[in-house]
Design a protein around this ligand. Structure first.
Ligand code: HEC
Length: 148
């Protein structure tokens, strides 16, 4: 009896999570926001392995963070939380590793998204955002203070 109850509630929780994911996806699926990257060094078609604006430092890095802030908040915040503070729907992107290792993982996910059982939990941004915009977002999230 007890086991049945537990099984039933596990199914309920699972069903609830599915609904949540579907809702999140249908949200995430609509109207990506164009990002104006004027002023940032153009990067060409080849994807770079490491954040070029962090490597450039100075004004380029500062501008990348500024552009990344609005690009993040209009494209990613609905799942990853305003100002990169996760509310629990999706991972906290402030916790990614620093440097090239974190950069690679970031780009992999942002370009290709993430799907499970044929449904996207995170849409791929490859066709939606320029490489410049992606690195601008990385510049923003990697400089947000980490949680305690
Ligand atoms: C529709 C919701 C949704 C949107 C919009 C979204 N993501 Fe995600 N993202 C997710 C989910 C869910 C995961 C967890 C996938 C997994 O289990 O690895 C994820 C994973 C990630 C990861 C890997 C995190 C880790 O700790 O491994 C990164 C980086 C990331 N997202 C960045 C972004 C960026 C940048 C944007 C905006 C350009 C964005 N996401 C937009 C839902 C979303």
């Amino acid at each position: 009896m007890k086991i049945r109850l537990i099984a039933a509630s596990a199914v309920a929780v699972f069903a609830f999570q599915l609904t949540l994911v579907n809702q999140v996806f249908s949200h995430g699926d609509v109207s990506p926001q164009a990002v104006d990257t004027e002023g940032l060094e153009p990067l060409g078609d080849e994807f770079l392995p490491e954040n070029p604006y962090r490597l450039a430092g100075g004004e380029q890095y500062a501008l990348a963070q500024e552009i990344g802030s609005s690009a993040y908040n209009s494209n990613c915040a609905r799942c990853h939380g305003l100002e990169a503070i996760s509310g629990g729907i999706a991972p906290d992107v402030r916790l990614l590793e620093d440097g090239e290792f974190g950069d690679e993982w970031f780009m992999e996910r942002v370009r290709k998204g993430y799907s499970q059982n044929g449904a996207y939990k995170m849409p791929p941004f490859q066709e939606l955002l320029s490489q410049e915009a992606m690195w601008a977002i990385r510049s923003y999230t990697e400089t947000r203070p980490r949680p305690e």
